[in-house]
Write a protein that binds this ligand. Structure first.
Ligand code: C2O
Ligand code: CU
Ligand code: CU
Length: 547
């Protein structure tokens, strides 16, 4: 196998200038010096951008209203062979290029989105009510972001622009899940059906095309997909205008307003192992504001960034009440002054603006204000409730698992110590399937992270529970391939004790999850949700075998 030399992104901080120092330091230390491993050569080989980049702190803050994506509307009703005798709502969602202003003072930016929007329209669905979506590729035939033809599935022989949509967190049959190799080109479409057999949760949809997912998503192909149910409805949480998605991602933007995606200094292998921006888009805007009434709101925070995590807080020091995580409600609200979200993770929070009449409160990412809430002097009466308990989350007993799979999260480096690809279980995408759980069985998966970085690991189809994280000896692993624990197992904090579909696996730790493989037999995927990793081998198929 020939693999061209791939370079690392460290040094991005100094090159781009406007990165937060802490990010640059984190990159430098986390990426080049994994704990208890020989020091790798640090080579700042990110290519200097050919275009001048915007320093977002130069923009006037809070001059644009926060966009709230419109609710997706069904185009009619249709039958489907999987639902005999039923007429299902039929949606048609077209992916296309468009221009939008990310900020009042920036020229329009070319983006790709669903229905000409990024984020695309929000799907509002109800548990037990299936729906059909035709995902239509109407994108241009040329890509505007740097494809790396060395990546599996993105060879020069493949069409540049390909797309296939996946609903992240949805329990769907394999044929509707958005298999990465089932991409199609402009002028084609795919019809997916979503049974909706799952609890209320904040899901989201996004592109999943093999080898270019990071670019298609960076271009803007994502949106929210909300599942509601009667149990949640009965709780009396804020609803209607007071319940909105807040979709967060970061970008690098050139002074001319166009998106900039970082590249390595090797033009024949532009892939970089991480992509961190310096400008945070809230529902597609930079530094927007939202007028709110002095009452409770429900915000569905979704991290759709390529690699960055968000560390969110309110400027007035008031806590959030977290009511949900990836796969829906927690057992009870949790008071949290900070919400940390890794890529693809969600947090449902209640923010109470009552008593703050006339004030301006900012949402912060670390110390940077990214969104301003302007509280009106008066509003409609608040009849919403924040109940003391939300929904039982019965614990899965790890002892009931029919099997535990030890899976490494690894990285393959070149002679100079630069990562060339990221691997799961030491295997590549095209290696034979090794994870083959049986339908309805319970398994535990233990992610042994032998890299120097955290990886947000996501399984399609299922919801899972985090059992624990436990430190292990990396030297012993490297020498003998055995897991030697060096400390006690740490149970997840309460905000990670609900149903999840993406979990942060920390370096030097074994992160253990448990799940019951409910769903239809077929072929699904699991992967790191750092999109740069996912596109470069950190994604594997799994086969759900019939019970
Ligand atoms: Cu967010 Cu494979 O998905
Ligand atoms: Cu997914
Ligand atoms: Cu990763």
């Amino acid at each position: 196998m020939t693999v061209s030399r791939r370079r690392f992104l460290c040094g991005a901080g100094s090159l781009i200038g406007a990165y937060a120092l802490t990010d640059a330091l984190r990159l430098a230390s986390a990426s080049t010096m994994p704990m208890a491993m020989p020091t790798r050569m640090a080579m700042p080989t990110l290519a200097a951008p050919k275009v001048p980049l915007l320093n977002p702190t130069s923009l006037t803050r809070f001059v644009d209203p926060l966009p709230v994506p419109p609710i997706a509307r069904a185009a009619g009703k249709r039958s489907h062979p999987a639902y005999p005798g039923q007429m299902l709502p039929y949606y048609r969602m077209e992916m296309r290029a468009f221009n939008a202003r990310l900020h009042r003072d920036l020229p329009p930016t070319t983006l790709w989105g669903y229905d000409g929007l990024s984020p695309g329209p929000t799907f509002e669905t109800v548990r037990g009510e299936p729906l059909l979506v035709e995902w239509v590729n109407a994108l241009p035939t040329r890509h505007f972001l740097p494809i790396d033809h060395n990546l599996h599935g993105a060879e020069a022989s493949k069409p540049a622009v390909r797309a296939v949509t996946h609903v992240h967190g949805a329990r769907v049959p394999a044929g509707s899940d958005g298999w990465p190799e089932d991409w199609y080109v402009s002028g084609h479409s795919a019809l997916s059906h979503y049974p909706g057999a799952q609890d209320a949760a904040t899901l989201w949809y996004h592109d999943h095309a093999m080898g270019i997912t990071r670019l298609n998503m960076y271009a803007g192909l994502f949106g929210a997909f909300i599942v509601r149910d009667a149990d949640e409805q009965a709780l009396g949480l804020p609803s209607g205008d007071f319940d909105l998605p807040l979709i967060l991602c970061d970008r690098l933007i050139a002074k001319d307003g166009q998106l900039y995606y970082p590249v390595s200094d090797d033009p024949s292998a532009p892939w970089v192992s991480e992509c961190r921006g310096n400008a945070v888009l809230c529902n597609g805007k930079l530094f927007p504001y939202l007028e709110v009434e002095p009452r409770r709101y429900r915000l569905r925070l979704i991290n759709v960034a390529n690699t960055s995590f968000f560390d969110l807080s309110l400027s007035n020091g008031r806590p959030f009440q977290q009511i949900g995580s990836d796969q829906g409600l927690l057992t009870a609200p949790l008071e949290r002054s900070r919400i940390e979200l890794y890529p693809a993770e969600r947090a449902d929070v209640i923010v109470d603006f009552s008593g703050m009449d006339g004030q301006a409160i900012q949402l912060r990412q670390q110390s940077e204000a990214i969104l301003e809430f302007r509280v009106r002097d008066r509003g409609r009466p608040d009849t919403s409730i924040l109940p003391a308990t939300l929904r039982p989350v019965p614990r899965i007993d790890p002892a009931s698992a029919v099997r535990d799979r030890m899976l490494t999260l690894g990285e393959q480096d070149d002679a100079g110590g630069n990562p060339m690809m990221m691997l799961l279980g030491g295997k590549m995408w095209s290696d034979p399937i090794t994870e083959n759980p049986r339908q309805n069985s319970i398994e535990t998966w233990s992610f042994v992270n032998i890299t120097g970085d955290s990886h947000p690991i996501h399984l399609h189809l299922v919801r899972f529970q985090v059992i624990d994280r436990r430190p292990f000896d990396l030297f012993a692993w490297n020498a003998h391939r055995v897991v030697k624990y060096t400390g006690p197992a740490q149970p997840p904090p309460l905000h990670e004790a609900g149903w999840k579909d993406t979990v942060r696996a920390d370096p030097g730790m074994v992160t253990r999850i448990a799940m019951r493989f409910e769903g239809e037999p077929g072929r699904y995927v699991w992967h790191c949700h750092y999109l740069e990793h996912e596109d470069n081998e950190m994604m594997r198929p799994y086969q759900l075998l019939p019970a």
